[in-house]
Design a protein around this ligand. Structure first.
Ligand SMILES: CC(C)(COP(=O)(O)OP(=O)(O)OC[C@H]1O[C@@H](n2cnc3c(N)ncnc32)[C@H](O)[C@@H]1OP(=O)(O)O)[C@@H](O)C(=O)NCCC(=O)NCCS
Length: 371
């Protein structure tokens, strides 16, 4: 099949959004605010409020929003046996997909008036549910759902680690969720919008989006980057390792981007956290290996790390199992996906592009006996 000019819809405008701008030169803004400012000054909950409600909250609004998310964390009883029946070798993104889909069965969106409540419920519940499944299937522990932590980041880490969490660890996860929250018409968001354009329910839209995020060319890259970093035993080996991969025409996970052409603005933000965490960690070398890979890939391929690359050592340092990297991306992106569903519904026309036909020319029908 001949390669289509502009394959992958690259560079084509497929609709309008007021939620974010992704610019080729390496800039990202949510509703006009730069990702650098948001990562530095805002909590993930503040960013979620901004994307879901369209403006930054004042102190009272933020506090009410945080309290509401806390109150929405507890799972419906019927979800527990569902999670307990999923084996440890299931892919955690399948678990996230099941959680969202199941919530659509047990707490369906009865009308679009409920869309904001559903989005908050899904944001509240997914951390509890994915960690519950992980601890039960891997360690045979039924975690207590209430952690007393106010933030999504604190709640996730405390449930997972069952200990008090250092501020830097909470801050690292919190910032990473902000970085992952929204990214214009990426593959999973676009999937969600296509589904929304049929006027389907929000659980279906988000379940579809999770399916797209699961792929290694999209959300799965943070896990793949971690596996790659663990294959290298010393900083001296990095350059040969990259040579071998490139000679075999393998992609280096966590590098390159479909829109950004010189840098991904999120990478330096999370890299700084990875570097800071590495200073007091026994496996400092992991960050050093990643930093050399960054240099080497720029020299050899003129490619830069995307947000997933330094996310890998950063998450490793805050003791998140590699399996849970992509689900964290999904938890954060529930915010962006939901905001896009709201936006699509507000000014909807069913998304139905056309294809360039490259099959056989018109033919005469042949009866089965004469074929
Ligand atoms: C993100 C990605 C899917 C973008 O894809 P794209 O816009 O279609 O870019 P292409 O795959 O056309 O890349 C252009 C060239 O750079 C090369 N390239 C791109 N990313 C590469 C990578 N990570 N490692 C090695 N080579 C890469 C491609 O092989 C291609 O080379 P060619 O022209 O000789 O065939 C791609 O860079 C990739 O697969 N990266 C690794 C997965 C990843 O990190 N995904 C997370 C994205 S946030």
């Amino acid at each position: 099949m001949k390669k289509l000019e502009g394959a992958g819809l690259r560079g084509q405008t497929a609709g309008q959004t007021s939620l974010s701008t992704v610019e080729q030169e390496g800039s990202l803004r949510y509703l006009g605010y730069s990702i650098e400012d948001l990562a530095k000054h805002a909590s993930f909950e503040e960013v979620a409020y901004l994307l879901l409600l369209g403006h930054l909250p004042n102190k009272g609004q933020l506090s009410d929003f945080e309290d509401e998310l806390v109150s929405l964390r507890t799972m419906p009883n019927s979800l527990i046996p569902v999670l307990e029946s999923i084996p440890a070798d299931a892919h955690p993104m399948e678990v996230i997909r099941t959680i969202i889909s199941y919530m659509g069965v047990t707490e369906p969106e009865k009308s679009f008036d409920e869309q904001l409540s559903v989005a908050k419920r899904l944001l509240g519940i997914t951390s509890t549910a994915i960690v519950y499944w992980y601890k039960y299937s891997h360690e045979n522990i039924k975690v207590e759902q209430n952690t007393g932590e106010k933030s999504v980041a604190g709640h996730f880490l405390k449930l997972l680690r069952q200990e008090d969490i250092e501020d830097l660890h909470k801050k690292t996860l919190d910032v990473s969720l902000t970085l992952y929250a929204e990214h214009e018409f990426n593959a999973s968001t676009f999937t969600g919008r296509v589904c929304a354009s049929t006027l389907s329910d929000i659980h279906s839209c988000l379940t579809a989006a999770v399916g797209s995020l699961r792929g290694p060319l999209h959300g799965g890259a943070n896990e793949e980057a971690m596996k790659m970093l663990e294959e290298v035993n010393s900083t001296e080996e990095v350059r040969d390792y990259i040579d071998r991969k490139l000679e075999n025409k393998e992609k280096i996970m966590g590098f390159g981007h479909a829109v950004y052409s010189v840098k991904d603005p999120r990478s330096d933000i999370i890299k700084a956290y990875s570097e800071e965490l590495s200073k007091s960690h026994a496996k400092k070398m992991l960050h050093d290996i990643a930093a050399i890979m960054e240099e080497d890939m720029r020299e050899k391929k003129n490619l830069f790390p995307n947000t997933d690359f330094f996310m890998a050592p950063a998450y490793h340092y805050i003791k998140i199992p590699t399996k849970l990297f992509t689900p964290l991306f999904a938890i954060a992106r529930i915010v962006g996906w939901s905001a896009h569903v709201f936006e699509q519904r507000e000014n909807n026309r069913i998304i139905r592009p056309s294809a360039e036909y490259i099959g056989p020319a018109d033919r005469e029908w042949e009866d089965i006996e004469s074929r």
